[in-house]
Design a protein around this ligand. Structure first.
Ligand code: ADP
Length: 488
């Protein structure tokens, strides 16, 4: 990747084997404004923050910081647009949503480059997973817009009104699509806030929204940090908050809206158990372990960050895992051969490094791959811990990085008890060639999403969400749609 000193134009054509002309130069503006009422709007107080490239910690662009006044303008625009949008026929709403999906597809490569540049994830993941899946969410929910009567038979489903959506930095465009698409389909209008370290693809989406001809005010995108989020949460004219992020902020939001009529869905942290039985296809399982914890640098709420291996195959699995880890390429997110990109921010790197220290102090045995990390930027080598037990903090707490805690087990009952023994209940994975074992264990694991013989697979038709401190409410599928309607 080269950067022209005089403008923020990034040359990225070499990323793809056969890059089309259109992505030869990825246009990144020097300054981004708020997207309110269909227009790019300067922030009232005139404040901007920097969005940083985590692979070299250099500034990419200035981004507007929305104050209470800006959020108020966005909410007013959304309120004004609500009647028109919700009264539009489902068929017409569906057409707009479909158009947004098509435009994401058309610009997929541009989105992928910006996502990797701004957030640090490997381009292969942005290109093959984040961006196509984001488009697919819009396609999927476009299809529901004129079928609400079938979706909720014998009940009259009405939109909630103005929805505030606050999203994290690990899957920026994808999380935006998980939230925007069902809300739009059901006839709501929206104020969306992307995370402060990864605002660029949401702002690119704003350009597409403008191009799609979506009526003004239906989607408003306000950028900023926690204070902007809090200002959305506390705005009196918002009917629902949909939040994805840390459990701490989720709890804060819950308290902040207590006693108000606002509805709430929370998708929070996790500490997913990945369980390998002795009769698993071992090589496949090792690939699954790698994908479960190292996908997106482990910045994944449903990551398989705890590994439980049946004792009889533990040595074999751990050896194969170490060997496989040594082959992982850590480095430039914009290189298509990269497996593990940059840690999203300095702050997140500190959090991960701190957990590694805690793991060592608690007596864990560490294994880190011997890869050479780039000098600039935020990096963490793939890491695993052995010799840990249920009470260790690195087994109980979410690290949100490429750090795996490994334990062994003998019996199915033992592993069920251990797997369920964290404050979280978001994801789990089971590896066995015995179908009955899968059915047995999936009934007993307290996790909203359970994969069998695979991990981290997502589809717009499948509901996603957690139990316990992982939050409540589901996104995806009909469940996702139902959290944006009320019944009359
Ligand atoms: P992390 O700690 O991993 O960065 P956060 O939960 O802080 O995750 O961030 C998720 C989203 O929540 C981001 O968009 C962030 O700006 C927003 N946010 C942070 N603090 C608050 C808050 N007090 N109220 C509302 N939103 C917030």
């Amino acid at each position: 990747m080269q950067k022209n000193e005089n403008s923020n134009v990034f040359k990225a054509s070499w990323i793809y084997d056969e890059a089309p002309e259109s992505i030869d130069h990825i246009q990144i503006k020097k300054k981004y404004e708020l997207f309110i009422d269909g227009k790019f709007t300067k922030p009232v107080k005139g404040n901007y923050f920097d969005t940083i490239n985590p692979s070299n910690n250099q500034k990419i662009a200035s981004v507007a910081e929305a104050s209470d006044e800006d959020v108020d303008k966005a909410v007013k625009a959304a309120r004004e647009a609500f009647l028109g949008w919700s009264n539009l026929s489902g068929k017409e709403r569906g057409k707009y949503i479909f158009r947004i999906a098509r435009l994401i597809q058309e610009r997929a490569r541009e989105f992928a480059v910006i996502e990797s540049l701004d957030g640090g994830k490997p381009i292969r993941e942005s290109r093959d997973i984040d961006i196509p899946l984001a488009a697919n969410h819009f396609f999927y929910y476009a299809g529901w817009a004129d079928k609400l009567a079938y979706a909720f038979p014998n009940r009259t489903a009405k939109p909630l009104g103005v929805v505030g959506q606050i999203i994290p930095w690990n899957f920026p465009l994808l999380m935006a699509s998980w939230k925007l698409a069902p809300a739009l389909s059901a006839g709501n209008t929206i104020v969306l806030k992307p995370a402060e370290t990864t605002p660029l693809t949401a702002l690119k989406l704003a350009e597409i929204i403008q191009e799609s001809g979506l009526p003004k005010g239906v989607i408003n995108i306000v950028t900023g940090a926690g204070e902007t989020g809090a200002s959305i949460v506390n705005h009196p004219d918002i009917d629902k908050i949909a939040f994805t992020g840390s459990t701490g902020v989720g709890k804060y939001i819950q308290k902040a809206i207590a006693g108000t009529p606002k509805k709430l869905t929370l998708e929070l942290g996790g500490k997913g158990a990945n369980i390998i039985f002795e009769d698993a296809a071992i090589d496949q399982a090792v690939e699954g372990i790698v994908n479960a914890i190292f996908f997106n640098q482990g910045h994944v709420c449903c990551a398989g960050s705890r590994l439980f291996v049946q004792e009889s195959v533990a040595d074999l699995v751990i050896q194969k895992l170490k060997n496989r880890m040594e082959t992982l390429i850590v480095g430039n997110p914009l290189d298509k051969n990269t497996d593990i990109g940059a840690i999203n921010s300095k702050k997140q790197l500190q959090t991960i490094e701190n957990y590694i220290k805690i793991g060592l102090n608690e007596g864990g045995e560490i294994y880190q791959t011997k890869c050479t990390l780039p000098k600039e930027g935020n990096w963490c080598a793939p890491t695993l811990f052995l010799n840990v037990s249920q009470s260790h903090r690195i087994v109980q707490e979410e690290i949100f990085g490429p750090v795996l805690a490994i334990q062994t087990f003998r019996t199915i009952d033992e592993v069920i008890e251990k797997a369920n023994n964290t404050p979280y209940g978001l994801s789990a994975g089971v590896w066995t060639q015995t179908g009955s074992k899968i059915f047995h264990i999936t009934q007993k694991l307290n996790a909203g999403v359970i994969w069998a013989n695979t991990f981290n697979k997502f589809d717009p038709t499948s509901p996603f969400g957690g139990y316990k401190e992982s939050g409540f409410g589901r996104e995806g599928g009909l469940h996702g749609l139902s959290s944006y309607v009320k019944f009359e």
